[in-house]
Design a protein around this ligand. Structure first.
Ligand SMILES: C[S@@+](CC[C@H](N)C(=O)[O-])C[C@H]1O[C@@H](n2cnc3c(N)ncnc32)[C@H](O)[C@@H]1O
Length: 228
């Protein structure tokens, strides 16, 4: 029996029908098995997928993946996991991983809320990044926003002591909502002064951010750590 509409989880994404380019499609076919970790609702054995151990960064919703690729190239001693459901973006990132023969960057194609809840133990992730999550600007869609009180609590439990949670948005009202939730989460402390946003220059610029800036949007970054 299929679940009734009220049983279905509210997702923070819709699968867009945008088509992959030829090179993205080719990369999806050629490199999926080597670099996409299949989702299983059980703790992930990182050593099986990453040849070297190192601090783990997870980026939720990497979009086209350019900024994630840049970070993984810059930090070869760290491991990176990107979680995304948009296949053309996955294809683009797979192409970059293959071109650079990167061993420290893997992908999962599944709802990030389930991946983080089911595949990671508490105190196991060094850094969690969510850059420009879909703003869902209409009030009736707020429930689709990924940054909700329960998700923030889940993220905080997964971070190691001293681990970082970095969020960014170009939607001021969403930024204020994020700030309120992060400040109210007792496991987290603002790296800037209380209530303050931080400097965006500590991370690469993302595709979505570039688009927002072209449209005249502001940018708000939030950087919190988990106290020991
Ligand atoms: C607005 S885009 C931003 C992409 C990228 N971070 C950037 O700044 O260019 C948000 C992305 O998050 C992805 N996304 C939203 N909810 C997600 C979820 N629950 N799990 C995985 N990906 C998700 C969407 O597919 C989309 O590509």
């Amino acid at each position: 029996m299929s679940p009734s509409p009220s049983d279905r989880p509210i997702r923070s994404f819709v699968i867009r029908a945008s088509r992959a380019t030829d090179s993205q499609r080719k990369a999806l076919e050629q490199h999926w098995n080597a670099h996409v970790i299949p989702y299983d609702a059980a703790p992930l054995d990182l050593a099986r997928y990453f040849p070297k151990s190192g601090p783990l960064t997870i980026e939720v919703g990497f979009g086209m993946g350019d900024s994630l690729l840049e970070m993984a190239l810059k930090e070869p001693k760290s491991n990176f996991l990107g979680i995304e459901v948009h296949r053309p973006g996955i294809g683009k990132l797979l192409r970059g991983i293959a071109q650079h023969n990167l061993q420290n960057l893997k992908i999962m194609c599944h709802d990030a809320t389930e991946v983080i809840a089911n595949c990671f133990d508490v105190n196991s992730v060094d850094r969690l990044l969510i850059f420009f999550p879909d703003p869902w600007p209409k009030k009736r869609h707020y429930k689709r926003r990924i940054i909700q009180v329960e998700f923030v609590e889940l993220l905080a439990t997964r971070l190691v002591a001293g681990g970082l949670l970095h969020l960014a948005t170009d939607w001021e009202e969403y930024a204020l909502h994020m700030m309120k939730l992060l400040q109210n989460e007792s496991m987290l402390t603002n790296c800037a002064d209380a209530g303050r946003f931080c400097d965006a220059s500590t991370r690469p610029e993302t595709k979505f951010e570039q688009r927002g800036r072209r449209l005249g949007h502001g940018v708000w970054d939030l950087l919190f750590y988990k106290a020991g």
